[in-house]
Write a new protein. Structure first.
Length: 163
């Protein structure tokens, strides 16, 4: 008897849903957010653009002693996953630098915006950081950790424009 009452109760709840008409819904952009887990990030970085604020140091970093920009002029990053973390994002991916590919995690703040730019297109901004081991990428192999630290913090500031 209890089973019959349970089945009857479920049917009573489901019946109105079966009679409902089909309708179309659109998202409210003021109360919705993008599913970041479906996002991808692909970036190419001009290594020759390294800027420490000191020209002599920049030139040394661009030399074969470190980045060897004549041979490895760009670095690339390709994401493998993007997840939301508090107020930001964790972007897992593969960084290719100095001819070596290693997994890294970018900790990103943002997006900030979108705000209309002077071109009347929406602009958004992101900042990301990660710490890499220079020796793992074969950078500055002549310099021991006591002379030049092995951990290098990468700071990335990015503005994107909706096309």
């Amino acid at each position: 008897m209890k089973r019959l009452a349970l089945v009857t109760g479920i049917l009573a709840l489901v019946a109105p849903l079966a009679l409902a008409q089909t309708s179309t819904w659109t998202s409210d952009p003021n109360h919705s957010e993008v599913d970041v887990s479906k996002s991808t990030v692909n970036a190419t970085i001009d290594v020759a653009g390294v800027d420490t604020g000191e020209e002599a140091r920049n030139n040394h970093l661009k030399s074969p002693d470190f980045f060897d920009v004549a041979t490895y002029s760009t670095a690339t990053f390709t994401s493998t996953s993007v997840t939301k973390t508090g107020n930001g994002l964790a972007i897992n991916g593969n960084l290719t630098l100095h001819g070596v590919t290693k997994p890294v995690v970018l900790t990103a703040d943002g997006p900030r915006g979108p705000q209309p730019g002077m071109d009347h297109k929406p602009h958004a901004g992101f900042s990301a950081t990660t710490i890499i081991s220079r020796s793992a990428f074969g950078i500055g192999a002549k310099f021991p950790g006591a002379v030049v630290g092995d951990d290098v913090k990468l700071n990335i500031d990015l503005e994107v424009v909706k096309q």
